[in-house]
Design a protein around this ligand. Sequence first.
Ligand code: HEM
Length: 399
Amino acid sequence: MRGIYSHSLHQAQPRAEPQRREPDRARLQRLAAWATATTLLAFLVIGLGAWTRLMHAGLGCPDWPGCYGFLTVPGSDQAIALANARFPATPVIPSQGWPEMIHRYAAGLLSLSVFGLAVTAIRHRRRRTPESLRLPLGLPLFIAGFVTLQAAFGMWTVTLKLWPQVVTLHLLGGFTTLSLLALLSLRLWRLSGRAPESGSGPHPTRRPGAPASRGLLACRPWLHLGLVLVSLQIALGAWTAANYAAVACVDLPTCQGQWWPEGMDFRHGFDVTQQVGPNYLGGQLQTRGRVAIHVAHRLGAATVLVYFLVLLPVLWRRRGSYGLGGAILLVAALLTGQIGLGLANVLLHVPVPVALTHNLLGAGLLLSVVHLAWRCHHLPEPRPLRQHRPALIPRRAAV
Ligand code: HEM
């Protein structure tokens, strides 16, 4: 974890040339703004992906990266005739092609922006000024590699006809890209001197920048566990959506009128060896499997809720004067909203706006936990206790 969160503010810092410092800082701030804009674009791409799925348009274009071999969705009679001759099994439906292509264009723009960030980070590093030497390089390069893999998953989503394993990994890849971009933005803002400084703010007993209490620092691993739980819950949600298990239970809090539905089959529902080949639009699993997936997602939500109901109040009591209050409240608010939207999904039978917001709030919740963990990671540490050494008695005095 340290490697991802940390930046080299703690590393040996070469001395600054005063005349170079200001232009470097301005450059860093521009780069941080660029990374933030790219994070927002990733959020948009995730939303467009969910919208494509909810419009049942995941196979709106049967090929990749073009659409029926064209750069845009075929529109003219001549283009549609040619497209239908190329793919006779899947005739053109423009209203299905456009959501898919808009998602692809936005994803293409996102990839360009990510590659631009990586190239700019390399160029900044080459300047070898004090600020540029502290610039994170591994993270933007890793994100560039990851986005390339994510594009491959986008291709397989189409060519393997919405095979649930790939659809789920594609969604998780999108959420991972978003989180890594958010971390990069946080690191760059901090490096450029614009991030909220830990230790600021009024507190009757603590000086700004004073070390955080051990109780507060002890919460870090629990926050990391919270991050793991939220990620697992997102994976369960993605599996629910990819297998069209949303309407397997339409009552609450019971499912099919029972607390533990009879005949539900977890082995069938979580069979990750479902064969490649059939068209998975609408799902292929039997009801007993879909009920198991749906119930697992509900149990996951209950686990996440209980976990944060314990952790957040503890963090709140120990938060001190490090400006963590807003970050804690944000996690609480997004978790409450996400649970509410999940319940609305069931009761209202998955209307598109609710399902779309449930997806985006899931991304927002993940980011809020990443942000809180990052803020806790950068709390000022207490100095290590000095070893007690017996006072040396000067020889003369001893004599
Ligand atoms: C911590 C809480 C929760 C998180 C992080 C979460 C996350 C997610 C995610 C990421 C998806 C996939 C969305 C997509 O692919 O577009 C999803 C789907 C779904 N979630 Fe949740 N969820 C949570 C709580 C709940 C609750 C409490 C319920 C209902 C009891 C619920 C019901 C659903 C349903 C029905 C779907 C399928 C929607 C569809 O097919 O579009 N979720 N969830």
